[in-house]
Design a protein around this ligand. Structure first.
Ligand code: BEZ
Ligand code: FE
Length: 300
């Protein structure tokens, strides 16, 4: 039973419901049916929150102050609204609604704020580090459609943070590192050198960080490597791979991005183990990981 029905008189409940109905009726003449549908739903749920929690005027004012702070810290480099959407699970819910499971297609996950359009192109087997520091990881896989046919010439974008948990764009020296794009070969295969992913906190020095603090939540994301794959006639896939054995997977991912199917083995390779492409990593431990990708049809 909600607070509304348990603690409010019938007369009071009727007054509150009349207001909700009036606001919804105010959209009657809206010509855009979709806008009308969404606004009607927003008002229905917003009014329900206020009524069910018996929200005080002071609490509503605090909520407005919070959203104002989210707006004030947002600029072309820092998107606090996206962080808010991510940490409230709204980003993942939108992804769930729009990327419904299709046969054995690889699952999608959250995009995050650190993708750049103009990452350098590398050849198959190239290195995305461009100076980013971390343990080398050889990543390889094959991209197919749901019929098992190889997807040639798919554009594979990859990006990740360095060992300090920072993406290149979080340094203010204009570097571009830990990211690149490459294309699959005739057999749909790709491979590259990246870094073994490490857990890192999402930016938490703003209002979203305060909110996480207030509810006793950690800002840390489970270790991951981002992928975005485009291929003609197939659904674009935005996803990550996570690292089997990462303790953060047990603790939780601050943006709810983990899916079991995306947890991959990064096999530890002792220093001195020969590398797939003959790269000299004398004295350095490295890892290797296989990530085969299945793309759904565009209209799935
Ligand atoms: C990321 O994985 O890059 C990310 C996702 C959501 C919020 C912040 C960062
Ligand atoms: Fe990330």
């Amino acid at each position: 039973m909600t607070a509304t029905t348990s603690t409010v008189s019938k007369e009071q409940a009727a007054i509150e419901q009349t207001l909700t109905d009036q606001v919804i009726a105010s959209f009657d003449d809206c010509q855009d049916e979709r806008l009308k549908e969404i606004l009607t739903s927003v008002v229905t749920h917003l009014h329900a929150v206020i009524r069910e929690t018996r929200l005080t005027e002071e609490e509503w004012s605090k909520a407005i102050d919070f959203l104002t702070a989210v707006g004030h810290i947002t600029d072309d480099k820092r998107q606090e609204f996206i962080l808010l959407s991510d940490t409230l699970g709204a980003s993942m819910q939108t992804i769930a609604v729009n990327n419904q499971a299709y046969e054995d297609a690889t699952e999608a996950t959250v995009f995050g704020p650190f993708f750049l359009e103009d990452a350098p192109r590398i050849d198959i087997g190239g290195d995305i580090a461009f100076g980013a520091v971390g343990q080398p990881a050889w990543i390889e896989g094959r991209i197919t459609d749901t019929e098992g046919r190889p997807v040639r010439n798919a554009r594979v974008e990859v990006w990740e943070c360095d060992d300090d948990g920072l993406y290149d764009v979080q340094y203010d020296d204009g570097r571009m590192s830990g990211r690149a794009h490459l294309f699959t070969d005739e057999n749909g295969e790709y491979s590259f050198w990246g870094l073994t992913p490490v857990p890192y906190p999402i930016p938490h020095d703003g209002p979203v960080g305060k909110m996480l603090d207030a509810v006793g939540r950690s800002p840390v994301r489970a270790a991951h490597l981002h992928f975005m794959v485009h291929a003609e006639g197939l659904r674009t896939l935005v996803t990550h791979i996570f690292v089997e054995g990462d303790p953060q997977l047990e603790i939780g991912d601050s943006v709810f991005g983990v899916k079991d199917s995306l947890i991959k083995t990064f096999e530890k390779q002792a220093a001195g183990t020969s590398t797939p492409d003959g790269r000299d990593l004398t004295g350095i431990e490295w890892t290797r990981c296989r990530f085969d990708i299945v793309l759904a049809p565009e209209d799935a």
